[in-house]
Design a binder for this molecule. Sequence first.
Ligand code: COA
Ligand code: MG
Length: 283
Amino acid sequence: MQNVAQPYRSVLYIPGSKTRALEKAQSLPVDAIIFDLEDAVAPDEKVAARQLLAKTLNTTDYGPRKRIVRVNGGDTEWGADDLATFIDVAPDAILLPKVEDPATIAALSGLLKGATTIWAMMETPRGILNASAIAAAPKMEGFVMGTNDLAKDLGSRGRGAMLTSLQLCLLAARAEGLVCVDGVYNAFKDEDGLRAECDEGRDMGFDGKTLIHPAQVAIANEVFGPSEDELDLARRQIEAYEQAKADGQGVAVVDGKIVENLHVETATRLLAKADAIKLVEGA
Ligand code: COA
Ligand code: MG
């Protein structure tokens, strides 16, 4: 279901209870916002946050930013009312926490209104092991890696321990054409650490990174957006391949490396992504 033209370089969590942050997000250069009712909202604020967020989304223009609402789980006292409320509000997507099986997605998919899609938090051992079936469930559009919850359940430390889970979810997401966004970097004042983790996530194949603070946005946009060098190479690859084809060849050479049809597909996708980013940034 992925709309390849839509960038998801920067996906910012905003606690649904924080009026100031909800306002501020209207002018932040993020590709998507996760309006959170789950972990970022304290139990005694849950009901008020639900009402505040519903009213905000009904009355506020977030421009080109994708609006994703993270509800509380179906096994909590707030989950059902969250869903009932936001099915009506019909944001771009509803993000379910701690998804463990496709049945959870299927149950919601029949209730959605308008063009609302479903995203899943991938953050429990059982969920990760079922990633492939979850990705194939109806109305699924994206995975968000919940690395903090996963580390808690695994009893693991460090990014290295996450790699198998991250890659399983990427494989499952790509097999179904879904978006896949990397987990958060908790130390939000550590720019070098964030950049290193973004670099790693981009090289693994993630579309972007979930973020917790506005100070993280510029780095994610930069790392997950194509660089001028990459765009230049993509244009030259396409040109060289067209020339090769005109000469009756199936393979071109650019900068000492072969360029085949598959490289041209990647290059074309990169240029389309750059165009989509321009659209978002110009809006
Ligand atoms: N989205 C939008 N705006 C945010 C924001 C966010 N996630 N986090 C902070 N801001 C705003 C603040 O409102 C403040 O705005 P102002 O200066 O115009 O008043 C500005 O950015 C600076 O905030 P700062 O004082 O540096 O941060 P803080 O101490 O208020 O908050 C956190 C720090 C980590 C508690 C806060 O960033 C946060 O709640 N992040 C989201 C956490 C979350 O959603 N977790 C769940 C998923 S892991
Ligand atoms: Mg979580």
